[in-house]
Ligand binder design. Sequence first.
Ligand code: PBG
Length: 326
Amino acid sequence: MSKNIEFKRHRRLRSSASMRSLVRENHLRTNDFIYPIFVIEGENIKNEIASMPGIYQVSLDLLAGEVKEVYDLGIKAIMFFGVIHEKDEQGTGAFVDNGIVQEATRIVKKDFPEILVLADTCLCEYTSHGHCGVIHNHDVDNDESLKLLAKTAVSQAKAGADIIAPSNMMDGFVAVIRQALDESGFSHIPIMSYAVKYASSFYGPFRDAADSTPQFGDRKTYQMDPANRLEALREAESDIEEGADFLIVKPALSYLDIVREVRDMTNVPVVAYNVSGEYSMVKAAALQGWINEKELVLEKLTAMKRAGADLIITYFAKDAAKWLNE
Ligand code: PBG
């Protein structure tokens, strides 16, 4: 090598596993994970979701078994989604005291008090039309929907939910839910806002699991356009002003640029939601033997941390916890 050619020797710091772990900048921990669970009406049900291998709809009588597994792996936070059969225009099932998520929350808080229960606050799993709010003139009525979302959040807090996670994308939901929680004696309960939620095709398998596909139209008048970046910053900014304690960016993988920008503009914890379609694509490839699932999943979850996520909501939480414990 000629003496006057100068270059840097970056490979010095990659020379062995010990050297690489010495200089590693980002780390995955089991404490980073929030595991979503689908609870379904009925008894003795454990239905695998066809488009999400390894993920189940579980009835309440089998829930403790499922949660025990999560607990034994060291995962500290779970998030519930409800699947019910009798739906109506208002999404009443979301806010009744004996709603399925409320009952699931009671069961878990009794048997596993240390596990944090997050309640997804939305109406789409409970409305007959499958939209996230009430419909007037063929569109979702923002302010009417807010009233029902506030009721839903309060009923979830009453049942013992530790964190309220509103995902409906109505304007003002953080402000209205904060006020309702405070007035009902829940000023200590934090809000994890789905602040930045894109209208994404990556939610397809979730809608199979939660039976929440809109019966007409789409969610593009309330969820965000995937082409937009500044709009994400506006959404994040207003949710912080309204009192959000955490901000979610969703989906995660195709939106890591947004995770980074939101991380840089705020000092509240930022949560990446590694959504259903992102799970299913990896599972499908893994089942074909086309990729190394363990390495790929740990790589992509680490990439979310590197992008600035403090926490990750992921259907891979149990698998990743097992791999990290190995
Ligand atoms: C409810 C909600 C959705 C998801 C989380 N909460 C679906 C949607 O907006 O259609 C999607 C999660 C996933 O795909 O894993 N509004």
